[in-house]
Ligand binder design. Structure first.
Ligand SMILES: [Zn+2]
Length: 376
């Protein structure tokens, strides 16, 4: 029997929510953080290690996968889950954002976007229909509607034209997705920083009807204050009985602020990318492991962390392997960072369920304000 896609809201605390998204491939506890597996891998991590950090769902990038190894090849090889060895839920983006940020020779029309691959210059087309086809070939559990991510800043007229195009593409995405039991299609709200446009976009998406809704057009360089000013009202324009997804967010304090404002799902390359550049997220802020102060330090990165990097290795070792450009440096720091993010999400879920989110958030900020432990 196929489990239907379903969102159960368990508790709220202020505007924050906690619940579970049920899918045939497993449950997703919300608020959820999704590690990014751009090219069918979360870099430097085995899938079982990603799962061990507490992740219920991964994100895959349509743009990257359609170019290499191609969606058709992945489909022939049994779909993305089998291909990359991850049997739990996968969300794929529509490719819309990355085609605008990575591809060359782009030409956008009402139909979609024609572009050249940044890898080999080959010519491709992304449209609502093609994006739905690629995401179906990949076997994605949560499919994102094809949209145009409005750049920031955008004046009112530019933002409106972009939002209205995205709403026409949302309709075409819905029609092309069809009826696929157990799979979900999420619509994406646009409207930049303009409340009336956000409201129009939300109304247009609700009229079409989606299994979940994303707040798009944020985390594109507008800064935390502006992002929060949109999140102060935008999530409440969306149906309360569907998951709300904030794409591409973010730093730990962005995540906490977004959850406080009613966001249920987020994704970001930050924990994995930072792991490869020697930056570790801890309860007491960011630690730059490349700094010389760690060279003789036998203490763990974070004494309270239960990840393999903190249980088995010293700051001195992590500093050494980073400096020596050993592969284990990326492995250990990525594991630690993903573990930290998932612990943060777990803490947020418990706090919301227990009605003590404001105390949790106050403690989160107080610990970070202390800064890293004193050097030896
Ligand atoms: Zn750790």
């Amino acid at each position: 029997m196929t489990t239907a896609f379903r969102f159960d809201l368990h508790a709220t605390d202020g505007r924050a929510r906690t619940g579970v998204i049920h899918t045939p491939r497993g449950a997703i506890r919300t608020p959820a953080f999704m590690p990014v597996g751009t090219a069918a891998t979360v870099k430097a991590m085995l899938p079982e290690s990603v799962r061990a950090t507490g992740a219920d769902i991964l994100l895959g990038n349509t743009y990257h996968l359609m170019l290499r190894p191609t969606a058709e090849r992945i489909a022939r090889l049994g779909g993305l889950h089998r291909f990359m060895g991850w049997d739990r839920p996968i969300l794929t983006d529509s490719g819309g954002f990355q085609v605008m940020s990575l591809a060359s020779l782009r030409k956008m029309t009402e139909e979609g976007v024609r572009f050249s691959s940044h890898i080999d210059g080959s010519k491709h087309m992304l449209s609502p229909e093609r994006s739905m086809e690629i995401q179906r070939l990949l076997g994605s559990d949560i499919v994102m509607a094809f949209d145009e991510c409005t750049s920031f800043p955008a004046d009112e007229a530019t933002a409106r034209a972009s939002m209205e195009l995205s709403m026409r593409w949302a309709r075409r995405s819905r029609d092309a997705f069809g009826d696929r039991p157990g799979h979900a299609l999420f619509g994406i709200m646009q409207g930049s920083v303009y409340p009336d446009q956000r409201a129009e976009s939300a109304a247009a998406l609700r009229a079409i009807g989606f299994d979940g809704y994303a707040v798009g057009g944020l985390a594109v360089g507008e800064g935390q204050e502006t992002m929060f000013s949109v999140l102060d009202y935008a999530p409440d324009l969306l149906p309360s009985d569907r998951p709300r997804y904030l794409m591409g967010v973010g730093k730990p304090d962005d995540i906490v602020g977004a959850v406080e404002r009613g966001i249920d799902m987020m994704d970001c390359v930050l924990p994995s990318r930072s792991g490869r550049t020697g930056q570790a997220f801890t309860r007491r802020g960011v630690v730059n492991i490349k700094n010389a102060r760690h060279m003789d330090d036998p203490r763990p990165l974070d004494e309270a962390c239960t990840c393999p990097a903190c249980r088995g290795y010293s700051r001195a070792y992590l500093h050494h392997v980073f400096r020596a450009q050993e592969i284990i440096s990326s492995m250990l720091l990525t594991w630690h960072n993903l573990h930290y993010y998932q612990e943060l999400m777990s803490g947020l879920r418990s706090a919301i369920a227990g009605g003590r989110l404001s105390a949790f958030v106050a403690e989160f900020h107080a610990q970070r304000a202390q800064g890293d432990i004193e050097p030896l």
